[in-house]
Design a binder for this molecule. Structure first.
Ligand code: MLC
Ligand code: AMP
Length: 496
């Protein structure tokens, strides 16, 4: 049977005239219109030379047309490669060089740098008011024969940073995405009556797959916001029944004076994930709204792994039991399963787990155990009730506002700056972003480096969310007896 994810969505559309995507004070786009536009775009992509299995990279603002574009890529059997709009030239060079996309769709403001870095691709623009992609799609047929795909065929590649400092492309198949979407619709009770307030970016698993797939598989509607703004979200929540967000969304809502029960009462479900939700945020939110945020846990490589229950007890500070169909084990250093209360590393198995890393078979082998479990790099423990509690990370990773930053990448960039001897990058607690990227730099004597000059140099090279919020100077970095920089000490020292 055809395993194309689009075919699965298509099977779930019960009413082509029902609204699918609603832009506040803007257009209402029906399921039928989304299908027709995706067909037109699919024709345009095929005409641009894209063949099944080719990669299509997309670096665009959150314009509504990105939804039919994503669906068009699925329909044409292409591999969708979404890119954070903050990525700069050096980052794009790596993605394009590694994934060799046949087509790149970008905002017209990025055309120069994209055309210079994706030399072998056809580059098409897409902006709020149109662009070459939609011009080419305009007169095309509104039907398109969706290509049949095997379950293991790739649907998407999502780049995720790595401990080596180089981003790696997680290869996600149609089966990966479909199995996770079906599990989530069931677990979170999505139905046609739902309205999902969508304020997340559409280039990560959370906003692209978790949110959009739940809506499309249940025939519910997406209330589409270009980005998260606490006041706007507060004003629109009464029109929504579900909101998904990273913890920063919730701390910002709690800090928003206009946010209260009138906004939260109509909403049946608030979901949080991508970074740890502080127990105090969970409690404060419940105190203000009477609602318990449902926290779930996931990864680019695996989609969603665990979720607190829709019915039943949602426990703050935990991420709930494994989703149906997903297996989780927590193992100690000796590889033996941990009993409840004992901390170990979290491993995952199931139809949701990635096929591998693009062009990196060795890395793929490393990230799986000999018996086939995927190593998440997260540390956790079981509660006596079978919920997972995440207690830390074995990987050297900072999560800032739900976005991952690997210190190694930033350290390499800082070390390349004239006058720097060495650097260490750590995450320190931050009231808004959860963790803030913070750099400690040892400079050569006589060099006129300043915090501002280092930040300015980095901003020219890498996405803004990766740039340290603060840069401190030190005479030397603290090291243990093995000569390894003791990051825990730096985190303690600069926490305040
Ligand atoms: C933006 N900036 C950030 C940042 N986002 N800095 C640190 N961390 C972040 N997350 C910087 C910008 O570079 C800019 O810097 C300044 O902040 C203002 O930019 P902005 O675009 O106006 O920011 P804002 O709209 O306030 O965005 C913050 C945010 C956003 C938290 C709303 O980052 C966001 O939507 N995060 C969600 C990320 C997400 O979807 N994660 C899911 C990953 S999937 P300057 O210096 O230029 O002013 C995953 C799997 C799973 O993890 O389980 O879900
Ligand atoms: P990403 O690579 O962007 O998909 O980020 C995945 C990582 O985010 C996971 O490995 C966890 O470290 C973290 N993460 C996701 N959800 C949660 C959560 N609810 N609590 C704590 N960490 C989380």
């Amino acid at each position: 049977m055809d395993a194309n994810l689009y075919t699965l969505f298509e099977r779930h559309v019960v009413d082509a005239a029902a609204p699918c995507l609603v832009v506040p004070n803007g257009p209402v786009v029906t399921y039928g219109e989304i299908a027709a536009t995706s067909a037109r775009i699919a024709h345009a992509l095929v005409d641009a030379g894209a063949k099944p299995g080719d990669r299509i990279a997309v670096q665009v603002d959150k314009v509504p047309a990105v939804l039919p574009l994503y669906l068009a890529a699925l329909r044409a059997g292409l591999v969708y490669l979404p890119l954070n709009t903050g990525y700069q030239r050096a980052e794009l060079e790596h993605f394009f060089g590694d994934a060799t996309p046949r087509v790149v769709v970008c905002g017209s403001d990025r055309l120069g740098v994209v055309a210079a870095t994706a030399r072998d691709a056809t580059v098409l623009t897409l902006d709020a008011h149109g662009g070459e992609l939609l011009d080419r799609a305009e007169d095309r047929d509104t039907s398109f024969a969706t290509l049949a795909r095997a379950p293991d065929d790739l649907a998407a590649i999502l780049y995720t940073s790595g401990t080596t400092g180089r981003s790696k492309g997680a290869m996600l198949t149609h089966r990966n995405l479909a199995s996770n979407a079906l599990a989530l619709v069931e677990a979170w009770g999505f139905t046609r009556g739902d309205v999902l307030l969508h304020a997340l970016p559409i280039y990560h698993v959370h906003g692209l797959f978790v949110a959009i797939h739940c809506a499309l598989l249940s025939g519910s509607r997406l209330l589409w916001l270009p980005k998260f703004d606490a006041r706007e979200v507060t004003a629109l929540l009464p029109k929504a029944s579900v909101m998904m967000g990273v913890p920063t969304f919730y701390t910002r809502l709690l800090a928003e004076p206009s946010f209260g029960r009138h906004a939260s009462d109509p909403v049946r479900l608030f979901v949080s994930g991508s970074a740890p939700l502080l127990p105090e945020t969970f409690r404060e939110f419940e105190g203000r709204t009477g609602k318990r945020i449902l926290e779930r846990y996931g990864m680019t490589e695996t989609g969603m792994i665990t979720s607190n229950p829709l019915e039943g007890e949602r426990l703050g500070g935990t991420v709930g039991p494994p989703l149906p169909g997903v297996s989780v084990r927590i193992v100690g250093d000796d590889g033996a399963p941990c009993p409840p209360g004992a901390i170990g590393t979290i491993q995952v198995m199931g139809p949701n787990v990635l096929k591998g890393y693009w062009n990196l078979p060795e890395k793929t082998r490393e990230e799986f155990t000999a018996d086939g479990w995927f190593r998440t790099g997260d540390m956790g423990e079981w509660t006596p009730g079978g919920y997972v509690k995440i207690v830390g990370r074995a990987k050297d990773l900072i999560i800032s506002g739900g976005l991952n930053v690997y210190p190694k990448e930033i350290e390499e960039r800082i070390d390349a700056i004239e006058g720097v001897v060495e650097s260490a990058v750590v995450g320190v607690p931050h009231p808004d972003f959860g963790e803030a990227v913070t750099a400690v730099v040892v400079a050569k004597s006589g060099h006129a480096l300043t915090e501002a000059s280092i930040i300015a140099t980095l901003k020219a090279d890498i996405a803004g969310f990766k740039v340290p919020k603060r840069v401190f100077f030190a005479v030397e970095l603290p090291r243990n007896s093995m000569g390894k920089v003791t990051k825990a000490e730096l985190r303690r020292r600069f926490a305040s």
